[in-house]
Write a protein that binds this ligand. Structure first.
Ligand code: ADP
Length: 560
């Protein structure tokens, strides 16, 4: 039933549904290998706990036998006779608890460490992908692979080892004890339990389907709210509040209907399974009772049988839930591993670099043709040639969508040209080391500046991590940002970025909000707190952008 709760599963919206990748067992093995020893210990402890669980019903039966004897005869000392059995049981309970504690601790250790390794490896490989990869993928989907999918995979892994191993051992062990207690009762149980499980599984899968629909509907409603709140200025400007309320209301209504349907389904499932399990107990008591009456079974054995059969049923119910979890875990794992093995077309590093003293900074585009990989039939540049002489400021002017940013992207080697080539001092960019080119030669200032959630100081230092404070101040002065930065109470140590609250107001009031130049792009949503000092960063970047799309400054290296 837990699988049917809508809150349990991750939002459907973040799930790519098309073309599920295959699970990469080889890669999984590589991540598992460092933990094999601990895993072995966990498996041994889990098996131990399961075997102890199999023992418990048998001892309980023996205890009930003693109780029954004293109920009949009332001779001798009950305490004395039951003492050793009770002590044995207490020891087993203690051992069972200890083993459970042990394997859960070990599994959690393996799971958490593997999750960190997976996240680190995936993040590292994602960051290395081509820009064309990011053009085609939504950030939300990528982040969901790092978070939800790793989480789901980790939980499934832990569950399979803990519950799976335990349930299988318990089912096998208890079935052996059951058949030793009474073959007839065991046969009855083996017919009834799978039949009930079959019905339960069918109902369960129908409920899971309903639950998925429910999640999708909730995600649709969230999407509407997200869109309206994220674009509140547009909504306000067009006076569309009422329509957005209606859209959100309609989606909410849809999700209420689905959730209620799911609730009824879960209630039916719970009610029926309660009836089924109670009937199983009654049936066992009834058939077992007649065996006891015919002296074919003792009362204690019947008690053992009841407890052991409950263990079997619980374990089988666990296994059926686990099966769904395994399927989801494998597909989550497959999604995690998919991007771990992907290699980029343009590697981050590798290739030659020009010695600093020979670097002049002459850039040329030779008959470059280019279309974006995600729009192959749509040429953006056709037979384009351009020479940028060293030490000169060059501005590319043209209509929006004309390809100016594309030229800058080709120079940064975000993409390679479809035909022709771009050269730096006569060297084809494709032969040069991309990280040297980007890190040391080209200073790139985007028209859509982004702030990281740290201090202004660290944000300015982003392009040159070893820049001294003085260099940061100099860069800020050059961009006319120094004055307003120091006007904040915490100056350069003011925290900016997504998670900032209560930021100080910069000078200049709302004036600073605009880009102050021609251009169609709005400021990115990534910049928060529209009325606070962040606009300083906009001005800083804006000034640079107006000065030119990019500057190449071979001698100085990449500035702060
Ligand atoms: P400009 O900077 O001159 O406004 P761009 O270089 O941004 O022009 O865009 C040139 C053309 O390339 C436009 O038609 C634009 O839609 C398209 N384009 C820009 N970036 C991408 C991208 N990442 N993927 C696909 N097409 C793009």
């Amino acid at each position: 039933v837990a699988l049917c709760e809508p809150e349990e599963a991750p939002p459907a919206r973040s799930r790519p549904r098309v073309l599920e990748p295959r699970f990469n067992w080889t890669l999984f093995w590589q991540f598992l290998r460092p933990h094999l020893l601990v895993l072995g210990a966990a498996v041994v402890l889990a098996l131990g706990a399961a075997l102890v669980n199999v023992q418990i019903p048998l001892l309980l039966g023996q205890l009930v036998e003693i109780v029954a004897k004293y109920t009949r005869d009332h001779v001798g000392s009950f305490l004395k006779e039951s003492r050793s059995l009770s002590t044995h049981l207490l020891l087993l309970y203690g051992l069972q608890g200890l083993l459970t504690f042990g394997y859960l601790v070990l599994l959690s250790r393996i799971g958490e460490r593997m999750a960190v390794d997976l996240r680190r490896a995936l993040f590292c490989n994602l960051l290395r992908q081509d820009i064309e990869f990011f053009d085609a993928k939504k950030t939300g989907q990528l982040v969901s692979r790092l978070t939800t999918d790793v989480q789901e995979f980790k939980s499934s892994f832990k569950l399979v080892i803990s519950q799976g191993l335990r349930s299988c051992t318990q089912v096998a062990g208890c079935l052996v004890s059951l058949s030793m207690l009474s073959t007839r009762l065991t046969l009855l149980l083996m017919v009834a339990t799978p039949a009930l499980m079959g019905v339960g599984t069918l109902m369960g899968s129908a409920l899971r389907k309903l639950s998925r629909q429910c999640q999708e509907q909730v995600a649709r409603a969230t999407g509407v709210a997200d869109e309206a709140l994220g674009n509140v200025r547009t909504v306000r400007a067009f006076a569309m509040e009422q329509r957005e309320e209606e859209r959100y209301g309609a989606e909410l209504e849809g999700s209420r209907c689905k959730a209620e349907e799911l609730g009824r389904g879960i209630a039916l499932f719970q009610g029926l399974s309660n009836i089924a399990f109670n009937c199983m107990v009654l049936g066992t008591l009834f058939v077992g009772g007649s065996l006891v009456a015919g002296q074919q079974l003792t009362g204690g054995d019947l008690m053992s049988f009841l407890v052991a059969s409950q263990t079997v049923q619980r374990s089988m119910a666990n296994l059926s839930i686990l099966f769904g979890q395994v399927v989801r875990g494998l597909s989550a794992g497959a999604r995690v591993f998919e991007y771990m093995t992907l290699s980029p077309g343009i590697p981050l590093s590798g290739g030659c670099s020009l010695p600093r003293e020979r670097l002049r900074g002459s850039i040329a585009f030779h008959n470059v043709s280019f279309s974006y990989p995600c729009r192959p039939g749509f040429p953006v540049l056709r037979d384009f040639s351009l020479t940028l002489p060293p030490g000169k400021i060059v501005a590319l002017v043209g209509q929006s969508g004309g390809g100016k940013t594309t030229v800058a992207s080709l120079l940064e080697r975000f993409y390679d040209p479809t035909a022709g080539m771009v050269t730096l001092d006569g060297q084809d960019l494709r032969t040069l080391d991309p990280s040297w080119l980007r890190g040391q030669v080209i200073g790139f200032i985007s028209q859509e500046p982004v702030l990281f959630g740290t201090t202004i100081m660290e944000n300015i230092r982003f392009g040159k991590v070893d820049a001294s404070d003085e260099e940061v101040y100099a860069a800020a002065r050059e961009a006319n940002a120094h004055e307003f930065i120091i006007s904040f109470p915490e100056g350069y140590n003011t925290i900016v970025g997504e998670f900032r609250h209560g930021a100080p107001h910069g000078p200049g009031g709302p004036r600073g909000l605009g880009r102050g130049g021609a251009g169609t792009r709005s400021w990115p949503q990534g910049i928060p707190d529209r009325d606070c000092g962040l606009r300083g960063q906009r001005r800083l970047s804006g000034d640079r952008v107006h000065a030119g799309w990019f500057r190449h400054k071979p001698a100085a290296g990449k500035g702060a």
